[in-house]
Design a protein around this ligand. Structure first.
Ligand SMILES: NC(=O)c1ccc[n+]([C@@H]2O[C@H](COP(=O)([O-])OP(=O)(O)OC[C@H]3O[C@@H](n4cnc5c(N)ncnc54)[C@H](OP(=O)(O)O)[C@@H]3O)[C@@H](O)[C@H]2O)c1
Length: 328
């Protein structure tokens, strides 16, 4: 008997999680869907049956769950994840609440494995996930000494509210979620600013990259930008390696990897784009070039669906990894 809860079942990520549990035929005997009071009572369909979403309360964390997919923001996770954990469930949490806690595993299945020191496992930030997948391929082959990220992040990364602000802008209305119009604009501001001028999103990418790759001293920097794209993030990665492979070596390496899809034929206008990666599960890599301004340094352009590999799919893959380990 496997009993699973999805918390945040009415959100953008939660809905994708439910779709993926069905699509990937995850062996589930009982599924319970939670939201806040606001959406409690909504109907969601799973395997041709209708489920009524329930309001999550403290008492309901004692429901005999084996696994909880938590996708309801940091405040909700801080309150409820430890209660589920106390009641013996394994929680896979999408928020940033526990990611940098040294007792908590931060997992991308293509890169690292859970130790299960604690029964809460953190799902990384969306832009980090799609970046560390190709970086791990480079790290294993050549070693990495430095990474510089610039992101072009879709509005769905802010949840329902982000998509609504883009639609409002398209209709000539002002923003409610973002501090500036996102329609016809790019906003170099994601999450709150720290005293050093970096945003929390940028700090998340820097710290999470080091933790997932197991390289606490790695030089990493980031600039995170919100763009008027509905779904799928792009990241420009400038990476310095320990040696100097040719561009064709790198293309061969990515071509042979099961974890990324190489789209790099610029003469035929072929490169990863947000519109072509939206709705797909893979991480796409292209525009691979040498950066002549710095030794052993290369440019990559990486796109992936932030709601899928950047959130729901990575969480479901962690679940599959755990279930597989348990069976084995
Ligand atoms: N969007 C992305 O690309 C992305 C990527 C990586 C990680 N994440 C993370 O995933 C989480 C969800 O993001 P999202 O984009 O799906 O947000 P969203 O569309 O705004 O959905 C939020 C969900 O959380 C529920 N919720 C809010 N407060 C709750 C409470 N007290 N108890 C139970 N449920 C509650 C909401 O229920 P109601 O319908 O009742 O409000 C809704 O189902 C966040 O932690 C986010 O940072 C998102």
């Amino acid at each position: 008997m496997v009993k699973i809860a999805v918390v945040g079942a009415t959100g953008l990520v939660g809905r994708k999680m439910i779709d993926l549990l069905e699509k990937k035929d995850i062996p589930i005997d009982e599924l319970v869907l939670f939201s806040s009071k606001r959406s409690a009572g909504s109907e969601v369909s799973f395997r041709n049956e209708k489920y009524i979403v329930e309001e999550l309360t403290e008492e309901k964390t004692d429901g005999g769950f084996d696994y909880v997919l938590m996708s309801a923001g940091g405040t909700t996770s801080i309150k409820f994840s430890p209660l589920f954990e106390k009641n013996d469930a394994i929680v896979i949490d999408n928020s940033s609440a526990f990611r940098m806690d040294p007792t908590i595993d931060l997992i991308v299945p293509e890169v690292n494995r859970p130790t299960l020191n604690r029964k809460i496992i953190a799902n990384p930030n969306c832009s980090t996930i799609q970046s560390v997948v190709p970086l791990k391929v480079l790290e294993d082959a050549y070693g990495i000494t430095r990474v510089s990220y610039t992101t072009y992040q879709a509005v769905s990364g802010s949840g329902v509210k982000g998509v609504q602000d883009l639609k409002r802008g398209e209709n000539g209305e002002g923003p409610v979620n973002y501090p500036h119009p996102i329609y016809n604009n790019a906003i170099p501001h994601i999450d709150v600013f720290g005293d050093d001028g970096y945003t929390k999103e940028e700090v998340k990418m820097i710290e999470e990259t080091r933790k997932i790759l197991g390289q606490p001293e790695m030089k990493v920097t980031a600039t995170c930008v919100r763009v008027p794209v509905e779904n799928s993030h792009a990241v420009a990665i400038n990476v310095t390696l320990n040696s100097s492979p040719t561009v064709s070596d790198l293309k061969n390496l990515f071509n042979q990897s099961d974890h990324v899809v190489l789209q790099d034929d610029p003469k035929n206008n072929t490169y990863p784009m947000q519109v072509t990666s939206s709705g797909l599960e893979e991480v796409f890599v292209g525009r691979i070039r040498e950066d002549d301004s710095l030794e052993n340094t290369y440019h990559l352009w990486v796109t992936s669906d932030n709601l899928l590999k950047g959130a729901a799919l990575n969480a479901v893959q962690i679940l599959q990894q755990l279930m597989h380990t348990k069976e084995g």
